[in-house]
Design a protein around this ligand. Structure first.
Ligand SMILES: [Zn+2]
Length: 115
């Protein structure tokens, strides 16, 4: 998980911790609500066990990366350098798997829909 830092602090390095009222606050007292968190579609927010707000790669995005890597691996024999293409596909799949595990460890719930 990558911590989301306070954008108001001059240094921008202050982590945000959750308060009982579901607001996040840095050590300087600047507050942030979840409505203020603007992540792209490939990432989702999470809170670690110490209460720090952060983000991880969306599990659904990771599954798409793994599926693409599987297709790339299947097609690697058609490439000019099949061994390089296969290694590249396996590296892509490994990255997707590691991101998926990172999201699971951060407590992000995975919802699988029928395809
Ligand atoms: Zn701050």
């Amino acid at each position: 998980m990558h911590a989301i830092t306070c954008g108001t602090c001059a240094t921008g390095t202050g982590t945000l911790r959750v308060l009982p009222n579901r607001i996040f606050e840095c050590l300087s007292g600047h507050q942030l609500t979840l409505q203020d968190v603007d992540l792209d579609g490939g990432h989702v927010w999470a809170v670690d066990v110490s209460g720090v707000l952060g983000y991880v790669v969306s599990p659904s995005f990771s599954l798409e990366v793994i599926a693409e890597a599987t297709d790339d691996l299947a097609a690697s024999g058609d490439c000019p350098d099949p061994a390089y293409a296969a290694r590249s596909a396996l590296g892509k799949a490994l990255g997707g798997c590691l991101d998926f595990v990172d999201a699971c460890c951060a407590g992000v719930v995975v919802v699988l829909l029928e395809m």
